[in-house]
Ligand binder design. Structure first.
Ligand SMILES: [Zn+2]
Length: 326
């Protein structure tokens, strides 16, 4: 385990080699499922790169120098971070080149070009790289093509396919695998995210290697609505009205705004799909397999519709009706 990070020793080893050989690239693109530790890895890597006391060609941080203390306090002037703003669904231009009034005098592209305050590097971590649109990506392109000296940019996304080709082609890609079930269960209990080890074991199996997902799924109300939904769906005659109203009520309980309601619905749909995928993994030859696959597909369709802002009640009712018929 490298610097408290579970499951990604091979990647740490690769970076250690890279540093030893003095071949550090200027742009890395971390891809892999959410909740496996990509952001944490990026931070630890930044900590090593910025530490002023450890040998520059070793992947270690002393955790005592001024730089390490600033990292620990989440307040390092040479670490720049950009991610999705609360009310936005994409990264926005202003985050990279400043707003109209401060164009090219603010934003990440400007800030990364400044000299390091404390020594070795300036490191930028750009989260939610999946949400780049063309104009924002273009604004970043020049920086990727002509990286300022001693700058390191780490982009974090989910799948490689979701990245714009212009960014992908200028980055070294680092692929993060899902965590294994035991690691997720252990992290849940160790970090006191889930009290009951039995619940931890079950959600870990469903979480498909993502700690974030496991934590989200362990939410009591979500767990309950999913259990009831699956129970209803296992009946010989399925009450789709009841199923829809239950799911609708759960989605509404997330608040008055559309965003949280959509997210709540996505959680239920995701959990039901996972429940069926787990079934399929356990018994792929089951006579029920074709129906299970249809149900998984139908959940994915509904997720897609939610993402496309289709009216939630319509999505839920059609989903419940189709599952009842399948
Ligand atoms: Zn240090």
């Amino acid at each position: 385990m490298w610097m408290g990070i579970h499951g990604h020793d091979a990647i740490a080893e690769r970076f250690a080699h890279t540093l030893r050989d003095g071949r550090l690239a200027s742009t890395y693109l971390f891809v892999g499922p959410g909740g496996v530790g990509k952001r944490m890895f990026a931070h630890r890597l930044a900590e090593c790169l910025l530490c002023t006391e450890s040998p520059p060609n070793e992947l270690v941080a002393c955790r005592q120098c001024k730089s390490c203390l600033l990292m620990a306090a989440d307040n390092h002037p040479d670490l720049l971070e950009v991610g999705l703003r609360k009310d936005k669904r994409t990264l926005i231009l202003e985050q990279f080149v400043g707003d109209d009034e401060h164009r090219n005098r603010e934003g990440l592209c400007h800030d990364i070009s400044l000299k390091p305050y404390l020594g070795r590097h300036r490191v930028a971590v750009i989260d939610h790289a999946d949400t780049f649109n063309n104009s924002t990506a273009n604004a970043l392109l020049k920086t990727l093509e002509e990286p300022p000296p001693r700058s390191v940019i780490i982009l974090i996304g989910t799948s490689e396919a979701r990245q714009l080709a212009t960014i992908r082609s200028r980055s070294q890609i680092v692929r993060f695998a899902p965590l294994d079930v035991e690691t997720v269960a252990q992290l849940l209990v160790e970090n006191q995210l889930v009290a009951d080890p039995q619940v931890a074991a079950t959600v870990s199996e469903l979480a498909e290697g993502s700690l974030d997902q496991a934590v989200a799924m362990a939410d009591e109300a979500l767990w309950q609505v999913h259990t009831q939904a699956v129970e209803l769906l296992s009946q010989p005659v399925i009450d789709s009205v009841k199923l829809a109203s239950m799911v609708h009520e759960f989605s509404n309980s997330a608040g008055k705004e559309a965003g949280p309601r959509r997210n709540a619905l996505l959680q239920v749909l995701g959990l039901v799909a996972r429940h069926y995928r787990r079934h399929l993994r356990a018994d792929a030859a089951s006579a029920d397999a074709p129906r299970i696959i249809r149900r998984i597909d139908r959940c994915l369709d509904a997720e897609y519709q939610v993402d496309r802002n289709v009216h939630l009640q319509t999505v839920i009712q059609a989903w419940a009706d189709d599952l009842a018929r399948s």
